[in-house]
Ligand binder design. Sequence first.
Ligand code: CO8
Length: 269
Amino acid sequence: MTQHDLLLDEFDFENITLDQHGPLVVLTVNRPKALNALNGETIGEISQALDMIADNAEISALIITGGGEKAFVAGADISELAAVDGVYGGREVSLAGQDLMNQVSTLPIPVIAAIGGFALGGGLELALACDVRVASPKAKLGLPEVTLGLIPGYGGTQRLARLIGAGRALDMMLTARQVGAEEALSMGLVNYVADDALSKAREVAEQMIKNAPIALSLVKEAVRRGLDTGLDAGLEIEADLFGMVVATKDFREGTSAFLEKRRADFKGE
Ligand code: CO8
C-alpha cells in the first residue's frame, strides 16, 4: 500500500514519509539535509500521522526511523530553537514536544525506533518514547542540550532516568557525551544492535504482532502507568487491566488454541 492509500487525501507531508507493509507502518523522518532535525512543521506532521495510525485498526505496529545515511534524528531544529525566548515561550515549546512524545508512547500498538545514526537531543527523546529501540553499529545516542545552554525538554530528563537509572542518565546529560551502540546496549538504552537496524526492527515488530493486539496494548499501558506509581498502586493497575484482558475473545482464542495444539487466530476483540 502506498502513502496515498493510507492517508486522507488532504495530507501532504513534506518532512516525513509513511510506508505500509501489511499491518506494519514505517514512519521515516525525512529531512536528511538537516540530519532529520525536528522543526515545528515536522512535529506537526508526525503528530497528524500518529493520529491517523491510532485511528486505523488495520495497523498493528509502527517503526520510526530517519531518512538518509547519517541520522535517526539529530535533535530539535536548532535554527528554530534559537528564536525561542522568554520563560513562557520556552515552556510552550517544551510542552509541545512532550505532547508529541506522549502521543508516541501512548499509541496502543508496539512502536519501535530503528536508529541508524545520530539520535541526539529531541531525537533520542523520540526514541525514548518508543517501546523498543534497535541501533545499528554506527548509531550515536546522546542528550547534548547542556552544550547549547539548555536542558532536555522533550521528556529526556524523565524517560532516560526511568529507562537506564538516574546515575547513568545524569552522566549522559551532564557530560553531553555520545554513546555508541554497544555501550547503549550494555546499559539497556537500546534493546538490539544489528547491522541493518530497520530490517531488525521489522523482524521484532513481526514477532510482536503475532500476539494478541489488546494484550499488547494493555501490557504497554500497565508498564507506562505503573512506572508513575509505587509498587502497590502498580499492582492494582495490573490487576484492573488483567480483569479487562480476560474478558476478551482473544484470551479465549489463545487458551483454546494452546489446548487444541494449533496456532491462535487473534482478532483483536
Ligand atoms: N538542528 C538544525 N540543523 C541541524 C541539526 C539540528 N539539531 N543537526 C544538524 N543540523 C544540520 C547542520 O546545521 C548541517 O546543516 P548545513 O549543511 O546547512 O550546515 C547539516 O545538518 C549537517 O550537519 P553537520 O554538518 O553538523 O554534520 P556533522 O556530521 O559534521 O555533525 C552532528 C553531525 C554531530 C550530529 C552535528 O550536526 C550536531 O552536533 N548537531 C546538533 C546536535 C544537537 O545538539 N542536538 C540537540 C538539539 S537541542 C534539542 O534537541 C532539545 C530538545 C528539547 C527542546 C526543548 C525546548 C524548550
